[in-house]
Design a protein around this ligand. Structure first.
Ligand code: SAM
Length: 196
């Protein structure tokens, strides 16, 4: 049996069975299982949140005393949970953050994926630009001691991103969850305990 990519792989099926809107939930679940970043009662900001599977998982992890706020260019169909709030907009637009309703988060997650050109270096550059903004947002809206999770497609500027993150967090880890397709260059950069 060939090992070529099957669109309906095991994580796609698992997402359907468990009511998640996307298989990405299992990427965040693997990060949570390894690093234990999100706790009950936390306020979590999710950048690039549509269709909402990270938010579905975060909502369960933070519980009724916590809050999950998601921002995306695309509207997110109502998740019908009182502790989830969604905002439609561009994370690069500073005005969008006036709608957060809270000014300090315990955790910021980003599964942002730029629109792809198919040219690896161009796509990696766009991902870098988004992640630079994730760190700018963390500088403004992440509590000291808080954590960040961001999806990266490492390219020429990746070391620059890691260098900036190293100056902000006690520990930086990179992690490729099993749910990331083997053929993808995607990985997650995790900043643990904001120090600056
Ligand atoms: C892989 S999807 C996120 C999946 C999501 N984590 C989930 O679990 O359902 C990436 C998202 O990033 C969003 N995105 C890309 N660039 C953006 C930007 N500048 N501002 C806001 N959202 C953006 C896209 O619209 C897309 O919905």
């Amino acid at each position: 049996m060939s090992k070529v990519y099957q669109p309906q792989d095991k994580f796609f099926k698992k997402a359907k069975e468990q009511g998640y809107r996307a298989r990405s939930a299992f990427k965040l679940q693997a990060i949570q299982d390894r690093f234990h970043l999100i706790s009950p009662g936390d306020h979590v900001l999710d950048l690039g949140a549509a269709p909402g599977s990270f938010l579905q998982l975060v909502e369960k992890l933070v519980g009724s005393k916590g809050l999950a706020v998601g921002i995306d260019l695309k509207p997110i169909e109502d998740l019908k949970k009182p502790n989830i709030k969604t905002i439609v907009g561009d994370i690069l637009d500073d005005a969008i953050y006036q709608q957060l309703g809270i000014d300090q988060f315990d955790v910021i997650t980003s599964d942002l994926a730029p629109s792809t050109s198919g040219v690896k270096s161009v796509d990696a550059g766009r991902s870098f630009q988004l992640n630079e903004q994730v760190l700018n947002v963390a500088e403004k809206y992440l509590k000291l001691g808080g954590h960040v999770v961001m999806k990266a497609f490492p390219g020429a500027e990746h070391q620059q991103l890691l260098k900036k993150a190293k100056g902000m967090f006690k520990n930086i880890k990179t992690f490729k969850p099993e749910a990331v397709r083997k053929s993808s260059r995607e990985e997650y950069v995790i900043g643990i305990e904001r120090i600056a």
